[in-house]
Structure formats: structure tokens, C-alpha cells
Ligand binder design. Structure first.
Ligand code: DC
Length: 225
């Protein structure tokens, strides 16, 4: 049975606000601030793909060698939990948080996240979070694949120039155009705009503006008062 069915009828599965969008669209800052404001736990699904990518690189496994990568993953202990209401991933007991935005991870994460079995393993972990917590989860396919039946879907976009400027302001080197292309054109769960997602162009908006717009929509939908 698809998890979406559970969402509709199983009280054990909690509410999920899905926030998707391309790289550097502002969705992480927005999702993080939103979760804090409405008291939901925050899950950064991109960090999960980044953690697996880092782990593979640490073990000298080429991200292009999907068989070796899957073998590594199936023999690793992946713990997904929360620290201060924010998702945390430990692989074989190691928390790679400080390495997740290294250049080599930026360069390889699209390749790793295009492997269907990697997605299967991590999507199961993402869904498991909702068994115990109300979530704000950000990513590329949260509204389209991970929680397709949540009624709370948002797609945050921004112009390519603004997104590039944001990365530079963060002091990060990231080939966002190349990553966007790879993330949107891959066969397994590409970045797509879910039909029922509410689109927000954040190019000329502050984080507070975007969070405010989302909260207004959630109120209209009766999720919060
Ligand atoms: O959000 P981010 O830039 O940290 O994500 C890193 C990569 O992970 C991104 O290039 C695509 C992949 N990703 C994905 O395929 N599906 C998700 N739900 C989240 C991220």
C-alpha cells in the first residue's frame, strides 16, 4: 500500500508540509523557519542524499559505480532521527553534517540521487519520520513522490540569477545550473511541479514573506488557526 493512503486515513501518520524547488531557491531557509513557527519537525531530505554521497566518497566509491554504491548502502547502518527538532542522519554512527556542502559532494550528489535504489532506501526513511512527527520536509519530490497525498504542497522557485547570487552570498561554490538540469532530467523521481502544489516565486521576497504566504495558505486549508 502506498504511504499516501495512510496519510488519508491512518491517524498514526502525521501532517506533512511538502516544500519542493530547485537548488538555492530559498526552500531550506523557508522550510526551517516555517517548521519553527508552526512547531513541526524539520526534515532536509537533500541532506540525506548529501550524506550518502559523502559516505561513498569517504569509502572511495565512485558515485558512477551504482552497484558498489548500493552494496555499500545496504551494508551500512543509516539512522535518521532528530536533534533539536531538525533531521539528522548518522551513517555507521558518523554524522557528516559539516561535510555536506563540500565541493566534491555538490559535484556528485546529483549522480547519487539519480540511482533508483538509493532513492528507495532514503524515501522509506523519509516516510518513517511521519509515523511519529508532524513535519515540514523539503526536497525535490516530496509533494510528487514521497508524500503525494499530503494536501499541503508548496513549490518555491526563484530566477537563476537570484539563485546564483544567493549561493555566492553564502560563500558556496555550487554548479546550480548543472545540478538543476541533472535533477530535472533524471529518470527516477525528477524535480517536477506537482499539479496541486502552490507555487511561490521568491526572487523578490524575503524569507519572512514566503513563510507568511505559506502560513496564510495553511490557514485557508484549516491546517492551522
Ligand atoms: O536540496 P539540496 O540542494 O541540498 O539537495 C542536494 C541534491 O539531492 C539535489 O541536487 C538533488 C537531490 N535531492 C533529491 O534528488 N531529492 C530530494 N528530495 C532532495 C534532494
Amino acid at each position: 500500500m502506498k504511504l499516501g493512503k495512510h496519510l488519508a486515513c491512518d491517524p498514526a501518520v502525521h501532517r506533512v508540509v511538502a516544500i519542493d524547488g530547485p537548488a538555492a531557491s530559498g526552500k531550506s531557509s523557508v522550510a526551517h523557519a516555517l517548521a519553527k513557527q508552526i512547531g513541526f519537525a524539520y526534515v532536509n531530505s537533500g541532506a540525506m542524499y548529501r550524506a550518502v554521497t559523502w559516505h561513498a566518497l569517504q569509502h572511495a566509491i565512485s558515485p558512477g559505480d551504482s552497484a558498489a554504491l548500493i552494496r555499500m548502502l545496504e551494508n551500512s547502518c543509516i539512522d535518521c532521527d532528530f536533534e533539536d527538532n531538525e533531521s539528522r542522519i548518522l551513517i555507521d554512527g558518523i554524522n557528516p553534517a559539516e561535510h555536506l556542502h563540500e565541493d566534491r559532494v555538490n559535484d556528485e550528489v546529483s549522480t547519487v540521487s539519480s540511482i533508483p535504489r538509493v532513492r528507495e532506501i532514503l524515501v522509506a526513511k523519509m516516510r518513517a519520520y511521519a509515523l511519529d512527527y508532524d513535519l515540514v520536509m523539503e526536497g525535490r519530490d516530496i509533494g510528487s513522490v514521497v508524500f503525494p497525498e499530503t494536501p499541503y504542497k508548496f513549490y518555491i522557485d526563484a530566477s537563476p540569477e537570484v539563485r546564483l547570487r544567493r549561493r555566492v552570498a553564502q560563500g558556496r561554490r555550487d554548479q546550480i545550473a548543472a545540478r538543476d538540469h541533472a535533477d530535472s532530467s533524471r529518470r527516477a523521481s525528477p524535480l517536477v511541479l506537482a499539479d496541486d502544489a502552490h507555487v511561490i516565486d521568491s526572487s523578490n521576497l524575503s524569507i519572512e514573506d514566503v513563510v507568511g504566504e505559506i502560513i496564510s495558505r495553511l490557514k485557508i486549508k484549516g491546517m492551522i488557526r
